[in-house]
Write a new protein. Structure first.
Length: 283
């Protein structure tokens, strides 16, 4: 059994059964680790706004696997001027009339931006495949189309990070029941969530084939065991910050000389010498 799996290109042997679903985090150390990762995310965003780097982060996973909770831990600390979350549902009528990737091109982040996709173009080889919304010829050719799409993003300078959150069927049922009992969370459940459970084995096959065929050097899959929500959140943020920070200077940004002059005139301080030395003040 293994921890979160980072798939290399051509990972032909991947199976969901290989994941260690008992992975959990000690409750007493969770908050400190989460805070440290959120601070690193802030520094990454500040660096990207200065360097022009950009990132595309894809979250896929079973219903109730914890995608939204993990994304909220990111959006809670990042500036919305450079961070955008795209919740992806079924295509609208005008979108369905075009190539399925068209609506995602419109959501690619600008230079300096970070975009998170809460579900994504992988719907073509998951729900559209299993539920019959795409023909076998359509979803069969989508693997290569998706690989080319992500390679284009990478070639244009975007960092592509893909995470799949995996829960067991039993854990999903427990979370469904908990949502039904909590009035503020009932809106998250739909009839389709229950219907999808009837095709669990078909989805497993689709997920495994997706991971094997679309893990590339430019955009590898990270598959995370998510039966323990806190463990999954930390592991996802670890994987994301590692990928986004690679080769990037996360030190404090240089102070504009005009700002420095005005600060000395107004407050009698020099931001280069009188401010925090570690860049920890991210407000």
């Amino acid at each position: 059994m293994v921890d979160a799996v980072k798939l290399k290109a051509g990972a032909a042997k991947f199976q969901l059964a290989d994941l260690d679903m008992a992975k959990a985090v000690a409750p007493d150390g969770h908050l400190d680790q989460l805070t440290a990762l959120q601070t690193k995310l802030q520094r990454i965003q500040q660096a990207y706004l200065h360097t022009g780097n950009r990132a595309v982060i894809v979250f896929e996973g079973w219903d109730a696997s914890g995608k939204g909770g993990t994304i909220r831990r990111m959006s809670a600390v990042l500036d919305p001027r450079g961070f955008k979350v795209w919740p992806i549902g079924p295509p609208r009528d005008h979108e369905a009339e075009r190539h399925y990737l068209a609506r995602f091109w419109q959501r690619v982040p600008p230079q300096g931006g970070i975009s998170v996709f809460d579900r994504s173009w992988y719907g073509r080889v998951l729900v559209e495949r299993v539920e019959g919304f795409a023909s076998e010829e359509e979803w069969g050719r989508a693997y290569d189309e998706i690989n080319h799409f992500e390679q284009l993003l990478a070639d244009d300078g975007a960092r592509v990070v893909k995470v799949f959150l995996h829960v067991t069927k039993e854990e999903q049922a427990r979370r469904f029941e908990a949502r039904l009992k909590e009035p503020l969370k009932r809106w998250k459940l739909s009839y389709e969530d229950f219907r999808n459970r009837q095709h669990w084995e078909a989805y497993e096959r689709a997920i495994e084939e997706m991971v094997r065929k679309t893990s590339t050097k430019a955009a590898p899959w990270n598959v995370v065991p998510a039966n323990d929500k806190k463990y999954a959140r930390l592991r996802c943020l670890q994987l994301i910050t590692k990928a986004l920070a690679k080769g990037v200077d996360l030190g404090p940004l240089p102070v504009d000389e005009k700002v420095r002059i005005e600060a000395k005139a107004m407050f009698g301080i020099d931001p280069l010498t009188d401010g925090p030395k570690d860049g920890s003040n991210t407000s």
